[in-house]
Ligand binder design. Structure first.
Ligand code: SF4
Ligand code: MG
Length: 352
């Protein structure tokens, strides 16, 4: 769309510039990777011209979960670990909405882990971004499930004992997982294209974003930032392509077919070469909301019939008036109620 078209549409009130999606001023720390993630999402909303009134951002609790406040769309800042069930409820009731979820590593992989597993299995059509800074940031630095072994934190002053959970391997192991990707916040172009691919995927797209937290773990991603050879960029016609200027910096590239699950698992398990791009994608996995829609072919008349059957169980039938005829109903029967001659009521459902 060229600039003249945009101007014309803006004048006609039909084009949404970036400002239409911008909410409050973000309060994240300077240099926090969440800023880049927000910029990618704002750009996506603008480029796809998503109607703000048909777009919903859902989050749990944590630094990343402040996301809904910074977008001028619908939003739900929920409870710790509960972003996914809320988003699933929204999608189930309103499949026409564009649903995005922002969740952190603690939010998703710890308290919300059960919801995460089942959200992947339900494969509802939404874009899920896991902002992984490998620490609980909002509560001032506690070890999370993805914290590196040995990390000294408020909850592990002598160093985290356990090896970190690998969210990519976990996601790739769940039945019905249909889109698993990894993106770094410090390559905005790659981040944007992965998010865009996730948005266009029909099903749940799980994107782990490697997110910098300069406040608590300023050096965590230094090996990747200082040595581009440690990053393996996965390119493919069904995945992402690198811009020529980036391809000169990130020379470690691999043509990876995202339909190859076994290869995706191998790539995700390599601790020395961090994959960036779309690891796995399968458009054939059905979405839960579509499966349920087929089942739910109830017409209002059918619903009315079932409800009336239930209501009738509580209706007191009119008594005989003595000569065998039933006592006349009161006028309220016409207004949607039945009242027996003893004055008790039974509601009736009407499909209006
Ligand atoms: Fe970002 Fe870390 Fe600051 Fe939270 S504490 S806003 S994650 S830099
Ligand atoms: Mg975190």
């Amino acid at each position: 769309m060229d600039i003249i078209d945009k101007q014309w549409l803006a004048d006609a009130g039909e084009y949404h510039p970036l400002e239409d999606y911008q909410g409050r001023t973000p309060r994240w720390c300077v240099g926090c990777g969440d800023h880049t993630i927000l910029t990618a999402l704002l750009r996506l909303c603008r480029d796809e011209q998503l109607p703000p009134e048909k777009t919903v951002f859902v989050s749990g609790i944590g630094c990343s979960s402040r996301f809904p406040h910074y977008l001028k769309t619908y939003g739900f800042h929920g409870l710790h670990g509960r972003a996914l069930p809320v988003a699933e409820g929204v999608k189930m009731r309103r499949p026409d909405l564009h649903v995005f979820v922002s969740t952190g590593d603690g939010d998703c992989c710890s308290i919300g882990a059960g919801h995460w597993i089942h959200a992947l299995r339900y494969n509802m059509n939404m874009t899920v971004l896991m902002h992984d800074n490998c620490v609980y940031g909002l509560t001032k630095m506690q070890a999370s499930p993805t914290s590196p072994q040995g990390l000294k934190s408020n909850t592990s002053p002598r160093g985290a004992v356990l090896a970190p959970l690998n969210p990519l391997i976990t996601a790739l192991s769940v039945t019905n997982a249909s889109f698993v990707a990894q993106a770094p916040d410090w390559i905005p172009d790659v981040l944007y294209h992965i998010v865009s691919q996730g948005f266009h995927h029909k099903g749940l797209s799980f994107i782990r974003v490697l997110q910098r937290c300069p406040n608590f773990l300023p050096d965590l991603f230094d090996p990747l930032l200082h040595d581009p050879e440690k990053t393996l960029v996965l390119t493919h016609p069904k995945g992402i392509q690198l811009d020529p200027s980036l391809a000169r910096v990130y020379r470690n590239q691999l043509d990876h077919d995202p339909s190859d699950m076994n290869r995706a698992r191998e790539l995700a398990s390599n601790p020395d070469l961090i994959p960036v791009g779309i690891l796995y994608r399968n458009e054939q996995v059905p979405c839960y909301e579509d499966l349920r829609k087929r089942e739910q072919s109830f017409t209002p008349a059918m619903i009315g019939e079932v409800l009336n059957e239930e209501f009738d169980k509580f209706t007191v039938q009119p008594r005989s008036n003595g000569n065998g005829a039933a006592a006349p109903d009161c006028s309220e029967r016409e207004a949607g109620c039945s009242r027996g001659s003893n004055g008790q009521r039974g509601a009736r459902f009407r499909d209006s």
